[in-house]
Design a protein around this ligand. Structure first.
Ligand code: 5GP
Length: 126
């Protein structure tokens, strides 16, 4: 089943400038902004500007230019936040929820970058 993109989702509205956001970085194909309900001292969301619902949708259908821009933007944000373990930073977690089992709230691809405290185990035990 192909993905159907809902252009009324909250991140689509942010991209159109209909809702304000606390922008961290903007590039040709990507936008990064602070999460409105941060779950760590640093909590940034990175989204592609194109209409992609999930990571697999983006990874399979986005252009190479979009994929390179998006991936590099995530790297640049880690650098800007000073969280790269290879540069003496304390580390971070990236995650992207997709679909029902992952409880994806907003149906526009977003990678969370969480940092600034010990983040605990990867998943809660059921
Ligand atoms: P998901 O559960 O889909 O992975 O995460 C969606 C994230 O979007 C949540 O962490 C939530 O706090 C954030 N969020 C929802 N609405 C808004 C908004 O209007 N502005 C910002 N900056 N973040 C939002």
């Amino acid at each position: 089943m192909a993905y159907a993109y809902d252009d009324q989702n909250i991140f689509a509205k942010i991209l159109r400038g209909e809702i304000p956001n606390d922008t961290v970085m903007e590039t040709e194909h990507s936008l990064a902004f602070r999460d409105i309900r941060p779950q760590a001292p640093q909590h940034v969301l990175v989204i592609p500007k194109g209409p992609y619902v999930t990571f697999d949708h983006f990874a399979l259908e986005a252009s190479e230019a979009e994929i390179v821009d998006y991936t590099r933007t995530i790297g640049e944000i880690c650098k800007m936040m000073g969280i790269q373990p290879g540069e003496g930073g304390a580390g971070y977690r990236t995650l992207s929820n997709a679909g029902e089992d992952a409880v994806q709230e907003v149906p526009h691809l977003h990678v969370h970058i969480l940092a600034g405290r010990p983040l605990g185990p990867m998943l809660m035990r059921a």
